[in-house]
Design a protein around this ligand. Structure first.
Ligand code: HEM
Ligand SMILES: *[C@@H]1O[C@H](CO)[C@@H](O)[C@H](O)[C@H]1NC(C)=O
Ligand SMILES: *[C@@H]1O[C@H](CO)[C@@H](O)[C@H](O)[C@H]1NC(C)=O
Ligand SMILES: CC(=O)N[C@H]1CO[C@H](CO)[C@@H](O)[C@@H]1O
Length: 349
């Protein structure tokens, strides 16, 4: 048996045995790169790949700083819907692709990924996958928002299937409680600590009012307010999101048709990747019920409390890097699987 195969079987066995060995699985996975992925996968084939992405990202964010959170979010959506395979970029004429799914309606940044891809095609054609471009752009978006720099694994290849229903089934809606959230994330081999760490992504970016308006005006269907939401914060949100702007527009309220107004998810520090998200969640209940749900589980709550009080972000930054690398391994296509497309936003039908 080859060493690679042995390692693969070992890791699969650890994954299959679940929570009990989560610690040792993490240690093993951290020691060795995920089969098929490696830091610096393009060193030989396209040595400038990571520099090109960072250079383009600097220009893209100079033109529109609000794309940093959008590109971070794109990596999460890409990874959760049939694995980090770039399929979030595919377009469907019939409106049945991932892009057309309810949770995707507010997704932005497609043009930025196309732009980076076009630039990479001129320097090393048919070499760098769209899935890797999205992973690198997410890392750079965090870094350029004053967050950590981390070594991003590359070597992903692109899939050619894009189905709206997959996105609807795989992405937790913002009104999820902690039990729902843990279910959605455990399917992707992410544990309670990973959840608490990754939710820190909401330290940057904005949301449409439609995604949380139900909490303000009609929480249980009796024109009431979510009691777990801090009253002062709720009053501020109501000013920013007056009634009738897309609330209740659909059952999972991801901010589609209505709710055009946008609010920062981490008020006061909405474009700086820092710990204030955790203080915000602890003090107010956060913007989404899913954010507030971190307070309802001993592991996630413990982590939120620890970070809310931390005197430096170094522990968080290290945890974040590890969790992003772990998320970036979700159901990847490597080796001979998938393909490297000449463009990212190809049509599937
Ligand atoms: C249960 C899990 C999650 C839920 C329910 C959720 C929900 C949402 C919603 C509703 C929005 C607002 C979209 C809009 O109206 O424009 C949003 C934005 C965002 N999400 Fe999440 N999210 C989750 C997990 C994550 C994770 C794990 C990451 C990062 C790895 C992430 C990163 C972001 C970012 C950066 C934005 C801001 C996007 C922008 O400003 O364009 N989210 N999320
Ligand atoms: C409030 O919610 C209930 C139950 O979902 C719904 O029947 C009602 O139409 C909602 N009211 C408004 C004003 O949106
Ligand atoms: C955080 O700090 C505050 C104030 O110093 C303290 O009262 C609280 O117990 C601390 N919480 C945790 C979880 O350490
Ligand atoms: C940016 C983008 O492509 N968004 C699409 C998400 O889905 C809606 C509804 O199908 C489309 O109209 C948007 O163009």
């Amino acid at each position: 048996m080859s060493r690679e195969l042995e390692l693969l079987l070992f890791l699969l066995a650890l994954r299959a045995s679940g929570e009990v060995v989560a610690g040792s699985a993490e240690a093993a996975a951290a020691a060795a790169a995920w089969p098929g992925l490696q830091v610096g996968f393009y060193h030989a084939k396209c040595p400038v790949a990571e520099d090109v992405v960072l250079g383009e990202m600097r220009m893209i964010l100079e033109e529109d700083p609000t794309l940093a959170p959008s590109l971070l979010r794109m990596h999460y959506h890409d990874c959760f819907v049939q694995g980090c395979d770039g399929s979030i970029m595919l377009r469907s004429r019939s409106g049945k692709g991932e892009r057309d799914a309810t949770p995707n309606r507010s997704m932005r940044g497609y043009d930025a990924i196309n732009r980076i891809k076009a630039r990479l095609e001129t320097v090393c054609s048919l070499t760098v996958s769209c899935a890797d471009i999205i992973a690198m752009a997410a890392r750079d978006a965090v870094y350029l928002s004053k967050g950590p720099w981390y070594d991003v694994e590359t070597g992903r290849r692109d899939g050619d299937v894009s189905v709206a229903e997959y996105a609807e089934n795989d992405l937790a809606p913002p009104d999820s409680n902690i039990v729902d959230v843990k279910t959605f994330f455990s399917v992707k081999s992410l544990n309670a600590k990973d959840i608490a760490v990754l939710f820190g992504c909401h330290s940057i970016g904005t949301s449409h009012c439609g995604a949380f308006q139900k909490r303000l005006y009609n929480f249980t269907g009796r024109m009431d307010q979510d009691p777990s939401l801090d009253a002062g914060y709720a009053a501020k949100l109501k000013k920013l999101c007056p009634p009738g702007h897309g609330h209740d527009h659909d059952h999972d309220g991801h901010g589609g048709a209505g709710g055009a107004a946008k609010v920062p998810m981490d008020p006061g520090s909405g474009f700086t990747f820092d710990l204030s998200y955790y203080r915000h969640v602890l003090a107010t209940g956060g913007l989404f019920q899913s954010d507030g749900s971190l307070r309802d589980d001993p592991v996630t709550r413990g982590y939120v409390e620890k970070l809310a009080n931390a005197s430096s972000s170094s522990e968080y930054f290290a945890d974040f890097a590890a969790a992003m690398v772990k998320m970036g391994r979700t159901d990847v296509l490597t080796g001979d699987l998938g393909a490297v497309r000449p463009t990212c936003d190809s049509l599937v039908d």
